[in-house]
Design a protein around this ligand. Structure first.
Ligand SMILES: *Cc1c(COP(=O)(O)O)cnc(C)c1O
Length: 404
């Protein structure tokens, strides 16, 4: 089959049969290796989209491929009516990272966050002495993004996401990120939890400051609220720590994870601290596909490679020089670039105008990078990107900015 025929067919097939719910780039990708992907015409791109912070080991890391291939020939799916050894081992490995507690496995970020919102409901019942439907309010952050389910949308105060789908879930209010008083002011006796991304991703790469997170921790402890952190995008090493909240030295009551966890295989998870894990009893929650042997094998391969290749240390080591290079772009092109935001390999260049035009120019120049809210171009390299690839991203960006 010639690549020309493949391309035409894919475009036609999408036009005819795939739901028209995405603003897609005019690009069909067919192959990936490391930090590079190829389209159906043989053109290669530096891939700093990483499937939206998913492909933490880059594409087709040999150890990940081997682990998935081996497990695919052994046992793929059993449901959660039975134990499988890989889910137990993955839970153990994540508890070692998150602290004493328990794991629930699901398939996506929104599903993880819906689990957290259900946890908040159960905590509210505990808090109000067994009364259902009274203490159920959740305080989130302005500009948040928590996913596209009804739970996720309800926690996402953005018109472009909520519009068309109301009425949403009740009981959400939103404080200003990094303004502790604005959160404190929203707490009342019916509040069950505070829920936010440790670093906002879709909303424009906005980190919660360590002081703010410590302040939220104290507020939650004082008012018997759960502190629930959405680490779906910022977790699994992306900021140079396994979880982004480690930078603030706080411990949440619950954590949502997904994107990077499977290195490209769909898997989500929630971790719940020991004192709240008991709120879920048999029958209270579930997921048919959650934590299959195959998904867990993929996630275990991610954790293994992160350790064997010391990827957290590598991100910490390469971050300062890369950020310096990116900041130079701000100095060189002040008419186009306003600033650099973010931590580690979760960064955004804040542009003077709409980001989407720049994303298209970068693509034409050979780099894939996704936009984020507030005129931000995101750069999400795989955690094992080389120093040369990081520099290449800056060079491509410089060429594009110089051309205007
Ligand atoms: C992507 C994302 C989600 C939603 O994850 P899906 O897997 O798309 O459901 C939720 N929260 C954050 C912070 C995300 O970045």
């Amino acid at each position: 089959m010639s690549s020309e025929i493949t391309r035409l067919n894919t475009v036609d097939l999408y036009d005819a049969h795939v739901l028209n719910n995405y603003g897609r780039a005019p690009l069909t990708l067919v192959r990936g290796r490391g930090a590079r992907v190829w389209d159906d015409e043989g053109k290669s791109f530096l891939d700093f989209t990483s499937g939206i912070a998913v492909s933490v080991l880059g594409h087709c890391h040999p150890k990940w491929v081997q682990a998935v291939q081996r497990q695919a020939g052994e046992l793929i799916h059993t449901s959660n009516l039975f134990r499988n050894p890989l889910q137990g081992e993955l839970a153990r490995r994540l508890v070692a990272r998150a602290g004493p507690g328990r794991l629930f496995f699901c398939n996506s970020g929104a599903e993880a966050n819906d689990g957290l919102l259900k946890l908040a409901r159960l905590h509210g019942i505990r808090k109000s002495g067994g009364v259902e439907g009274k203490c159920f309010k959740v305080i989130g952050a302005e500009n948040a993004f928590h996913g596209r389910t009804f739970g996720g949308m309800s926690a996402t105060p953005q018109e472009k996401i909520q519009q068309g789908f109301r009425p949403l879930l009740d009981g959400f209010s939103f404080g200003k990120l990094n303004d502790l008083q604005s959160f404190a002011d929203l707490i009342d006796e019916d509040t069950a939890a505070i829920f936010l991304e440790t670093v906002q991703g879709e909303g424009g790469i906005n980190p919660a400051t360590p002081e703010f997170l410590r302040g939220l921790r104290a507020l939650c402890t004082k008012h018997n609220l759960l502190l629930m952190l959405d680490e779906v995008q910022c977790g699994i090493g992306r900021t140079g720590a396994f979880f982004a909240f480690e930078h603030a030295d706080v411990r949440p009551d619950a954590i949502g994870m997904a994107k990077g966890l499977g290195g490209g295989f769909p898997i989500g998870a929630i971790w719940i601290s020991e004192t709240s894990a008991e709120l879920f009893q048999p029958g209270s929650h579930g997921s048919t596909f959650g934590g299959t042997p195959l998904a867990c094998a993929a996630a275990l391969a991610v954790l293994d490679v992160m350790e064997q290749e010391d990827l957290l240390a590598r991100v910490q080591q390469l971050t300062p020089a890369w950020h310096e290079q990116l900041k130079a772009l701000v100095a060189e092109f002040p008419q186009h670039v306003v600033g650099l935001k973010g931590l580690g390999y979760l960064v955004g260049l804040q542009m003077a105008g709409d980001a989407l035009g720049w994303v298209g120019k970068l693509r034409a120049a050979g780099m894939l990078a996704p936009p984020a809210g507030g005129n931000v171009v995101r750069l999400l390299p795989p955690l094992n990107a080389t120093a040369e690839e990081l520099t290449e991203s800056v060079e491509i960006f410089r060429r594009v900015l110089a051309a205007g």
